[in-house]
Ligand binder design. Structure first.
Ligand code: PLP
Length: 388
């Protein structure tokens, strides 16, 4: 028996992380310094993309993508209801009309067949962007999305807040890392404490498109530039121009220092998450607990380990675990059923697969520092509930 609380996700902070932050604090820069530049370069190199822009959080990353794409009021943007609301909100900030699309019953990601039906039903160019979410750490088939994008003309912004370190295999047999943007226009990450890289608050946008990168960077820092190549005139060394109505979406040097040391552990951390997943899989085989599906040709980042249980038992299991100090979580309440999104006419019954998923799902503790004893306690407790 374990008596301390165990949550569904938790950050891991080492002495190396602490030392890196202390060093940043002792340096000349708290923001806009060399650690951010180094973190951007290292992250881009790790993923294999041309550009990474570090920002203040994952929601800012999504908003910046919408800004960079020039999203305007009334532009139609498609996303999944099974996500954190920020995936849609980043585009709503600019007045986009959010069009939800149901999920695949196996992966719980945006259903690309249903997406194609939606796209087919309207003239080309009707939808400005599609925002798939690598839910729980399962990478979406970006190659198929790109084929749809060529046919119907929309930008691909992957919300990969759950999936740094994951990859999918394309038709040429290549392992494509999430964030490498082999097929996506832009990819967003979050460095919130429950995510793989934890900097408190923080996020990133990655891309291979120099124009989009320029716009993301410009909007991150007030729309202000000092780049001689971009200035309309130059009045001297002090001169800068505000060219767009931008924001202050910067990250700090302390966060970048922490991000660097966390990034070094990312591969280990995703491998450890996969190990934890395999133990859960084995423990629940043949029981009422359904483990998450994954194809052989993808690498899952396991931000979350989502089980499904009979609908009438889900709340009981949640409460039973909670009484044992195990904080499981239900993720996500479908976004289209949020009071805010209901005002646009979305309602129960619109997305049967997503709504059914919501009634059955539960996230069990999944984080790299979860000990074998803690996991054993979680497994024992889940089994104890069903044997009751
Ligand atoms: C965490 C998360 C975000 C937002 O990230 P923040 O850093 O918390 O702003 C966006 N989308 C998804 C899917 C997330 O999990």
């Amino acid at each position: 028996m374990i008596d301390h609380p165990i949550s569904y996700g938790h950050q891991l902070i080492t002495e190396e992380d602490i030392a890196a932050v202390v060093e940043a604090l002792k340096s000349d820069y708290m923001t806009q310094g060399p650690r951010i530049v180094e973190f951007e370069k290292t992250f881009a190199d790790y993923l294999g993309c041309s550009y990474a822009c570090m920002v203040s959080n994952g929601t800012a990353a999504l908003h910046l993508c919408a800004l960079a794409l020039g999203i305007k009021p009334g532009d139609k943007v498609i996303t999944t209801p099974i996500t954190f609301v920020a995936s849609a909100n980043g585009f709503r900030y600019l007045g986009a009309e959010i069009v939800f699309c149901d999920i695949d019953p196996k992966t719980f990601l945006l259903d690309l067949d249903k997406l194609e039906e939606i796209l087919k039903a309207s003239p080309k160019g009707t939808y400005k962007a599609v925002v798939p979410v690598d839910f729980a750490g399962y990478p979406i088939d970006e190659e198929r999305l790109r084929a749809l994008s060529r046919e119907y003309g929309f930008a691909i912004v992957v919300d990969a807040c759950h999936a740094p370190g994951a990859w999918f295999t394309d038709s040429k047999g290549r392992r494509c890392k999430v964030g490498a943007c082999d097929y996506a226009d832009l990819t967003c990450f979050s460095f919130h404490p429950v995510k793989h890289i934890a900097t408190g608050e923080g996020g990133a946008v990655t891309t291979n498109n120099p124009e989009l990168y320029k716009r993301v960077s410009l909007y991150r820092t007030h729309g202000v530039t000092k780049d001689p190549a971009l200035l309309t005139r130059n009045e001297g060394g002090w001169y800068y121009e505000m060219q767009e109505l931008g924001y202050n979406y910067r990250i700090t040097e302390m966060q970048a220092a922490l991000g660097m040391t966390q990034l070094k552990r990312l591969d280990w951390s995703v491998a450890r998450r996969n190990e934890i997943a395999r133990r859960y899989d084995a423990a629940f085989e043949g029981s009422e607990v359904v483990s998450p599906y994954r194809a052989d040709d993808i690498y899952h980042a396991f931000h979350l380990y989502m089980i499904r249980v009979p609908e009438e038992k889900r709340k009981g299991l949640y409460d039973f675990l909670r009484a044992r100090n195990i904080f499981s979580q239900v993720l996500y309440i479908p976004a289209h059923l949020m009071p805010y999104y209901r005002q646009f006419g979305w309602k129960e019954g619109d997305f049967p697969v997503a709504e059914d998923y919501y009634k059955h799902c539960l996230a069990l503790p999944m984080f790299p520092s979860l000990t074998d004893e803690e996991q054993e306690w979680v497994i024992e407790s889940v089994k104890a509930f069903f044997e009751k």
